[in-house]
Design a protein around this ligand. Structure first.
Ligand code: HAM
Length: 415
């Protein structure tokens, strides 16, 4: 009896080859652009101790409170699929003593991340992030460099309608003082607020800035702004980041309402949005996290970085990746030796020529049609007692002596 058809879990998706090529292209360009700026590729586990995210991302964040895939392993330890990459990278930095290396240590990564969110276009329960982190220096040129690299990557990927938002969250003390004042301001407008914002007033009043609720937005209009209260050194840091972006000619909007959904940020925060996307406009974002490494048991170490959602980048860009195709298709006529065909494709591939052979038992006519579909420029037709090469553009066909001669000619013409 045939089995019941199964589907990928809700909020997940399969990547098929057309999409796969676009992803691979993105990975290749990330390697090139980040490598040029001294970032080295790293990979950390897909699951970690739950405590890493509770401490790193923040107990009070939506991500940790509601969105983690948490499970107990057979040894009774609480593990979570990683919802983001910065905490894991900082854990690895501490675990491998990278603070002893010349600073800053520049790292990048690519991989799967997991958040139990309501699925919609651009929002999944398993998604792919490309991320970069620079640890061990608070130099504003790192903030600017990372923002410019992300911009280059997004532009290069063909993301349309890009906008950059920038702000500073200052230091934790300033933020705490500010949260108290903002809470008091919102309490004075409590009746106008959404239930959600009211419920979170105690824990995290800054999240009110993420709300679309009209009453909440009205209440925020004359709210105090964190950016007006930065310590002089934090204001200076922001000014230096801005000067570098201005010098590079990258436009941005200074947005004092930019709050990010993770607790570790200090100073610079930023986000790239694309007009091509609907509700899930954020293609990539990040910021500085000067206290995170210490929070995870390392020495005081500043850090800055970003992550971009690969699925959102691909949704916001219409770019096609070139089809793989084949330069040569080896067709088998009646009585031909499939061993010769196999040897021929092997020899061609070894010499750098893309080659495929008939592997589905089609008629010769069917094989030529298939070669056309693959956009092969030559077809080698093997018969019972001979071998011919057909030029698919001109339709011209010539006989060749043997497999070795065919390889020599094809490599000469096609490589
Ligand atoms: P994030 O803003 O939470 O930051 O995520 C970064 C990007 O991941 C988003 O801009 C979005 O493109 C993508 N993304 C997030 N959630 C989903 C989802 N459910 N489905 C599809 N795409 C999604 C971070 O994760 C920080 N670790 C960034 C960072 C690195 N900050 C400093 N260093």
């Amino acid at each position: 009896m045939a089995g019941r058809k199964l589907q990928a879990p809700r909020g997940t998706f399969d990547v098929l080859p057309d999409e796969g090529r676009r992803r691979y292209e993105l990975l290749r360009s990330a390697e090139e652009i980040l490598g040029r700026a001294g970032y080295g590729y790293v990979s950390t586990p897909d699951f970690e101790d739950t405590e890493l995210f509770a401490r790193g991302v923040g107990e009070a964040t939506d991500i940790v409170k509601k969105e983690m895939f948490t499970f107990e392993d057979a040894g009774g330890r609480s593990m979570s699929l990683r919802p983001e990459g910065t905490a894991g990278v900082c854990r690895a930095y501490v675990e491998h003593g990278m603070h002893k290396l010349p600073q800053p240590v520049k790292l990048w990564y690519w991989g799967s991340f997991f958040r139990y969110e309501a699925p919609q276009a651009g929002r999944y329960r398993q998604f792919t992030q490309l991320g970069a982190e620079a640890l061990g220096s608070d130099d504003p040129s790192l903030d600017a460099e990372l923002i410019l690299i992300l911009h280059e990557l997004l532009e290069g990927a063909g993301v349309k309608g890009l906008r950059l938002k920038l702000s500073s969250l200052g230091d934790p003390d300033t933020r705490r003082g500010y949260a108290d004042d903002l809470r008091a301001h919102l309490r004075a407008h409590e009746a106008e607020l959404s239930d959600d914002v009211r419920a979170r007033l105690d824990q995290n009043p800054l999240r009110a800035f993420d709300s679309d609720h009209p009453g909440t937005r009205a209440a925020l209009e004359d709210a105090p702004r964190l950016i007006d209260r930065l310590r002089p050194e934090d204001a200076e840091h922001l000014a230096e980041v801005r000067a570098l972006l201005d010098d590079a000619g990258l436009a941005y909007e200074l947005d004092p309402t930019l709050v990010r959904g993770l607790d570790y940020y200090t100073r610079t925060v930023f986000e790239f949005e694309s007009d091509e996307l609907g509700a899930q406009r954020g293609v990539g974002g990040g910021g500085r996290y000067d206290g995170l490494v210490e929070e995870l048991g390392g020495p005081p170490t500043p850090g800055v970085g970003w992550a971009a959602g690969i699925e959102r980048i691909l949704l916001a860009s219409q770019r096609e990746a070139p089809a793989p195709g084949a330069s040569v298709f080896v067709a088998l006529d009646e009585g031909a030796s499939s061993l010769d065909a196999f040897r021929l494709v092997r020899a061609l591939r070894q010499q750098g020529v893309a080659a495929q052979m008939e592997q589905a038992g089609r008629s010769l006519k069917g094989q030529l049609k298939h070669a056309d579909r693959l956009e092969a420029s030559r077809v080698a037709i093997l018969g019972a007692d001979g071998l011919a090469i057909r030029d698919m553009q001109s339709g011209e066909q010539r006989d060749v002596a043997d497999v070795a001669e065919a390889v020599r000619l094809l490599v000469e013409e096609l490589r």
